[in-house]
Design a protein around this ligand. Sequence first.
Ligand SMILES: Cc1cc2nc3c(=O)[nH]c(=O)nc-3n(C[C@H](O)[C@H](O)[C@H](O)COP(=O)(O)OP(=O)(O)OC[C@H]3O[C@@H](n4cnc5c(N)ncnc54)[C@H](O)[C@@H]3O)c2cc1C
Length: 161
Amino acid sequence: MQSIDYLIVGQGVAGTLMAHFLLEAQQSVVVIDNAHPHGATKAAAGIINPITGRRYVKSWRVEELIPFAASTYQQIEQKLGIQIFYPYAILRALFNEREENDWWRRSTELGYEKYILEQAHLGNYQQHTLPAFGYGELRHAAQVQIGKLANAYRNFFWSKI
Ligand SMILES: Cc1cc2nc3c(=O)[nH]c(=O)nc-3n(C[C@H](O)[C@H](O)[C@H](O)COP(=O)(O)OP(=O)(O)OC[C@H]3O[C@@H](n4cnc5c(N)ncnc54)[C@H](O)[C@@H]3O)c2cc1C
């Protein structure tokens, strides 16, 4: 009988990253998953958005978590030979004058200028959105293919058996 340090139940993004960090810390893990067909990780868009909600506030601990997420996912890309992390800008449609004013007011606040661009670069995306009053653009956003991450890690676990 083989003894293990950790048994992880559930291999969505949370269980996958928990296993990743434990393995990096030289711990042994066994991961089990019942392959729920509608698991959140399978469905998620995987968007990392630094400014969210109707009040345009910074996401929780964004200054430390976005760089940490970027370095973690890039390290996993190297380890598994996959691409899952895509830094993107986010265009935000603003549907009336109040939303636009709130957006610009927020963009002048200390700590927000890093994320909110002065000028949105629409390109030809306008034709793909609902008619809007204006647009804002965010930097330091990203998309992570977390379903692909979980699948690739599952194959990695199997390869070690
Ligand atoms: C449509 C949609 C879009 C989303 N978009 C985003 C987004 O853009 N950005 C963002 O940050 N978040 C997004 N989310 C949220 C994000 O997907 C979830 O917060 C995240 O995937 C949760 O991961 P998890 O590992 O905790 O849970 P899950 O992904 O649900 O994983 C749990 C796993 O455990 C397994 N399991 C459960 N019970 C058992 C058991 N008893 N035994 C064995 N295995 C078990 C399940 O089969 C599943 O595989 C989105 C969610 C949805 C539904």
